[in-house]
Design a protein around this ligand. Structure first.
Ligand code: ATP
Ligand code: MG
Length: 260
């Protein structure tokens, strides 16, 4: 059953100089309930644009986006967003208070919100760190708290825009593993944006590859049938990597040529 449907969506940005830019056009894709969907594409192709439209931060200029059969008309608590290098934790609140924040706004009782916040902190591997302040935590830990914070609100969908891009390689693969485990445990529907093929094959159940912009659309969707541990040196992993690489190679070349 599909949860999200992008139906022939287009987005044109009006520039202040009066020159329009058609970022995406004829963009269509369906995301299933409980699916981990990765959207991959060269820099500037329109990935963030697509995510922002689903988040309700930007309106499409043509086509429509449905969530649960209803048109997306604005932001909502059913869709939680984690941006690249996001550093929106409150410095004056401890880790657990940051995770509880949304629940407090919604007047969830103290005992219940503590319990829920603790549950999600443990899920992201931060049990025992709950009394620390953001300044006392590493970049990877802060990113995990941000994920715990959005999970605590139990959204129907997680929208993640290159959430690990600012992390070092080791922390990044640790976080990927952590996110894969969280997804296994919660089965929340995820739209995960990346330009990293390795990350997409590691995490995605399906990978949508976008064309280079302008007027970017979905070039194709690759279904990843890998079970359990996805070791990067295993043959099946490498086969998927190669398949996606072949699809995206020309698009990256186009996007570099257009930037000249
Ligand atoms: N608010 C805006 N006004 C005008 N143009 C915009 C705006 N936001 C994005 N664009 C343009 O739309 C295109 C797509 O941008 P977008 O941020 O969606 O790309 P992206 O695929 O997320 O890139 P990256 O991988 O670098 O994050 C780019 O050419 C960008 O310059
Ligand atoms: Mg982007």
């Amino acid at each position: 059953m599909s949860l999200v449907s992008f139906d022939d969506v287009g987005k044109t940005y009006r520039s202040l100089q009066g020159v329009d830019y058609q970022a995406v056009e004829h963009f269509s894709v369906e995301i299933e309930v409980g699916e981990f969907f990765c959207l991959l594409g060269p820099s500037g192709c329109g990935k963030t644009t697509v995510l922002k439209m689903l988040a309700g931060f930007e309106a499409p200029t043509s086509g429509q986006i449905l969530m649960g059969g209803r048109p997306v008309t604005g932001a909502g608590r059913d869709r939680a967003v984690v941006f690249q290098g996001d550093d929106s934790l409150y410095g004056w609140l401890t880790a657990i208070e940051n995770v509880e924040f949304g629940l407090r706004l919604r007047h969830v009782g103290k005992a219940e919100r503590r319990e829920r916040a603790m549950h999600y902190l443990k899920l992201v591997g931060l049990g025992g760190q709950e009394q620390k302040y953001p300044a006392e935590l590493s970049g990877g830990m802060k990113q995990r708290i941000q994920i715990a914070r959005v999970l605590a609100n139990e959204p129907q969908m997680l929208l993640m825009d290159e959430p690990f891009a600012a992390l070092d390689a080791q922390t990044r693969s640790l976080m990927q593993l952590e996110l894969a485990n969280i997804w296994q445990a919660t089965r929340t529907t995820v739209l995960f944006i990346t330009h990293d093929i390795d990350e997409a094959v590691t995490l995605g159940k399906r990978i949508g590859v976008m064309e280079a912009g302008p007027r970017s659309r979905v070039k194709g969707v690759v279904e990843v049938a890998l079970d359990g541990a996805r070791r990067r040196t295993d043959d099946p992993f490498l086969r998927y990597y190669k398949q996606v690489y072949e699809m995206i190679r020309d698009e990256v070349a186009k996007s570099i040529a257009r930037a000249d």
